[in-house]
Design a protein around this ligand. Structure first.
Ligand code: PEP
Ligand code: MG
Length: 295
């Protein structure tokens, strides 16, 4: 089966109407580039940048981040590399950042919330991304968004960084900004969000736990933590409709994106990008190709 799947490495899967479906990789380090390319990844749909921050004691410098993003962009050119800004907090502590004790870390100071409170951490990352976007196909997405203000404040911070770089004479380019849809609030404001961002990427891992109010780490409620629950599927469909109506790309980067039993439904909803662990890519491509040839 593995051999038969190898032919999909260079295949560009398309929907019945000819629209390309981007099958991209979720990765967290440069060590995973080779495996992703070998699997036939059409770019990176989720670069978990927090691993850069977890690998060492202290925070990574702007320069170290810049080199990492440039390497990524070069490795997957001309495909896009979507870098998710730092997504830590609560249950994922980090050397170099003082986190408060929280009764409910999953509802707490994490993702974009923490970054907006700590421009000393967020700005070096945004500056590194602006610099790497020169000649590199870099896109940026924000985790845990639950309010339009978070997007607007991030854009203002990006403009601050751009002004700084201009004053310093450092070359940069603006990148497309998208949001992860992984909170119920983001689903409820998807139409408003779609007017202000370039793409959605549905994070089904967190979206499922928040829609179902079932901790993704608590085995006692594992039965509820099911992406196929109609409540979650309805949320995905609402998000897709809002994105498609606004004319922006809607993708998915949660684990569900690689499930061949669900991919046909996601394609039917209008998703045009699926990002997954590299090992799932060949089977996902085959699934999409089979869909098209069967109709
Ligand atoms: C998600 O929540 O679906 C996701 C892709 O992000 P993470 O699993 O890193 O929280
Ligand atoms: Mg998440």
């Amino acid at each position: 089966e593995k051999k038969a799947l190898a032919v999909y490495r260079s295949i560009v899967p398309k929907r019945a109407d000819g629209t390309v479906i981007e099958v991209a990789a979720n990765i967290g380090s440069l060590e995973e580039i080779d495996a992703a390319r070998a699997a036939g990844a059409m770019g990176v749909g989720l670069f978990r940048s927090e691993l850069l921050f977890m690998l060492q004691t202290g925070l990574p410098s702007e320069e170290m981040q810049y080199q990492t993003y440039v390497t990524l962009a070069r490795a997957f050119a001309p495909h896009p590399v979507i870098v998710r800004t730092l997504d830590v907090g609560g249950d994922k502590p980090l050397a170099g950042i003082q986190f408060p004790e929280e009764a409910n870390p999953f509802l707490g100071w994490r993702g974009i919330r923490m970054c907006l409170d700590r421009p000393d951490i967020f700005k070096p990352q945004l500056r590194a991304l602006l610099r790497a976007a020169v000649g590199g196909n870099i896109e940026v997405m924000l985790p845990m968004v639950s309010d339009l203000g978070e997007v607007r404040r991030t854009r203002a911070l990006i403009e601050d960084c751009a002004a700084e770089l201009t004053a310093e004479g450092v070359p940069f380019e603006r990148f497309a900004v998208g949001v992860m849809i992984e909170t119920p609030a983001a689903v409820m404001i998807a139409r408003e969000l779609a007017k202000e961002v370039s793409f959605f990427s549905i994070g089904t891992n967190d979206l499922t736990q928040y829609i179902m109010a079932a901790d993704r780490l608590n085995s006692s409620v594992a039965g509820l933590n099911d992406v196929t629950n109609i409540a979650v599927m309805n949320a995905i469909e609402m998000t897709a409709r809002a994105g498609v109506e606004a004319g922006i790309m809607v993708g998915m980067c949660g684990e569900a994106a690689g499930r061949v039993d669900l991919i046909p439904r996601f394609i039917a909803m209008g998703l045009t990008e699926l990002s997954m662990s590299p090992a799932s890519i060949p089977r996902a491509k085959k699934c999409i190709v089979d869909l098209t040839t069967a109709t």
